[in-house]
Design a binder for this molecule. Sequence first.
Ligand SMILES: [Zn+2]
Ligand SMILES: [Zn+2]
Length: 76
Amino acid sequence: MDHCPSCTRRVYVIEKIEANGRVYHKNCFKCKEDGCRLTLANFHFHDNELFCPKHVPKLQAIVVPMKGQPEHMGRL
Ligand SMILES: [Zn+2]
Ligand SMILES: [Zn+2]
């Protein structure tokens, strides 16, 4: 019997999703970041964790400057 890597409980055939050679519960097959619903068509696997396309960590760390930070202290 397979165990879900997400919740470590048994996975029965009726509720299983197979991805990356692992077996998950349908309910556990979700984005680690925000719990977004995943499908076999759109999931990403990163560091043994599941992510949706929106929250998957980028391979290259890109530093994005925060928007809305004023570079000056306004007008005098
Ligand atoms: Zn599970
Ligand atoms: Zn997500």
